[in-house]
Design a protein around this ligand. Structure first.
Ligand code: TPP
Ligand code: MG
Length: 397
């Protein structure tokens, strides 16, 4: 264990400024937060609470999965909480955000209620996607969260598209300056998807204000980044070929994430240009709920757990005098109650009716499809009873 510890330093740089660790094997991570003003105590407490909420939410999701209350795929974010919280804090509320399937943390950080998120996990009608999306498809238009996507890399062209839409609206329709930035998260495994490279090319070419944040947890399923990705020691090379600025950020430390992202976001907004971030982090649990984690050692996990982002931040806020031990206890108590309430809410929410299978798939200009086997999309007039009138604006768009 000791010899391993010598080889593995945390994503947090050592005091001599040399940071490397075997999981990513990357270049040193610049340290930014030391010389920056510390945000207000109120804000620090908000971030602390969000991180604790995400952790508690997912611990309870894992239990609910064992109890068969949650079905399908479920990928927890435990260990990566600082990334979602720090990144969202660096954005404005109207900046679009899109991500992959490990998305519960992003949804909660963006402001989705634990109730809507848990009901979606349970596949119930009160979920954010009416129970039809489940764990991988958190969607919240009000908070500008455009999914949750299960196909690796599929969200990356959507990120470019969202940035194009905001830029078009701000500059062409409203004749102003592009004022929104899109954050598009992806895993290190998604770096090798063709769609991602097309998205980078277009973003560079069209000056799209989109930031690709690679949540580099060192693994795609059971494949370590070294085995599956070229230039794994320096991912910035992926972006430089497209003329896109790249940076490395310590994703285990929310202060580093916030300050690092603030710079990147401000530059992207100011210059209306894309950016790329190698966000170094680690997932503490398996890829999904059925992963025996044979591809890595328990010692490796134990070492990373010593650098738990919640533990690091808890110490920081205590040292700053922004929180007391008693306040920490009450945050934990409150969060536990909030998640218990979300589970009860989800449990009591109805399962969607079977007829709902047909809705929210396509636009429904003929009214809601009633569930007969023959939709007659083109010949509705020949078979009027198939459709019935519906309220104004029903459907997806
Ligand atoms: C196009 C496509 N290929 C394969 C899969 C199966 N798959 C699901 S997750 C995953 C690994 C992705 O790893 P990474 O992008 O690093 O994200 P992480 O799970 O680490 O968050 C794979 C190969 C998929 N969902 N989509
Ligand atoms: Mg990964």
């Amino acid at each position: 264990m000791d010899s391993l510890r010598n080889n593995f330093t945390m994503a947090t740089p050592t005091t001599d400024g040399k940071s490397s660790h075997d999981v990513h094997g990357g270049l040193p991570i610049p340290r930014r937060s030391a010389n920056r003003p510390v945000p207000s105590a109120d804000l620090l407490r908000v971030w602390y609470r969000e991180m604790v909420l995400i952790r508690e939410f997912e611990i309870r999701c894992m239990q609910a999965y064992q109890d068969k209350k949650i079905g399908g795929f479920c990928h927890v974010y435990i260990g990566q909480e600082a990334v979602a919280v720090g990144c969202v804090a660096a954005l404005k509320p109207q900046d679009p955000l899109v991500t992959a399937y490990r998305d519960h943390g992003h949804a909660l950080a963006r402001g989705m209620t634990a109730r809507a998120c848990m009901a979606e996990m349970f596949g119930r009608v009160d979920g954010c996607a009416k129970g039809k999306g489940g764990s991988m498809h958190m969607f919240d238009r009000e908070h500008h969260l455009y999914g949750g996507h299960g196909i690796v890399g599929a969200q990356t062209p959507l990120g470019a598209g969202l940035a194009f839409a905001t830029k078009y609206e701000d500059e062409v329709i409203n004749n102003g300056k592009s004022s929104r930035v899109t954050l598009c998260f992806l895993g290190d495994g998604a770096l090798n998807q063709g769609a991602f490279h097309e998205a980078l090319n277009l973003s560079g070419l069209m000056n799209l204000p989109v930031i690709y944040v690679v949540e580099n947890n060192g693994y795609s399923m059971g494949t370590s980044i070294h085995r599956g990705t070229t230039q794994s020691h320096d991912l910035s090379s992926k972006a430089l070929g497209y003329g896109i600025d790249a940076t490395v950020i310590d994703g285990m430390n929310v202060m580093e994430v916030y300050h690092g992202m603030k710079d990147v976001v401000e530059k992207s907004r100011r210059e209306s240009r894309p950016a790329f971030v190698d966000m170094r982090c680690y997932r503490y649990k398996g890829h999904s709920m059925s992963d025996p984690r044979k591809y890595r050692s328990r010692d490796e996990e134990a070492i990373w757990e010593q650098g738990d982002p919640i533990g690091i931040f808890e110490k920081f806020v205590l040292d700053q005098g922004a929180i007391t031990q008693d306040q920490i206890k009450s945050v934990q108590k409150e969060v536990k109650a909030e998640v218990r309430d979300a589970i009860e809410f989800a449990d009591n929410s109805p399962v969607p009716p079977l007829s709902d299978l047909y809705h929210d798939v396509y636009r429904e200009p003929w009214g809601r499809y009633t569930g007969t086997s023959e939709p007659r999309m083109y010949g509705g007039a020949l078979n009027p009873p198939t459709f019935r009138a519906t309220r104004e604006g029903d459907g997806l768009i």
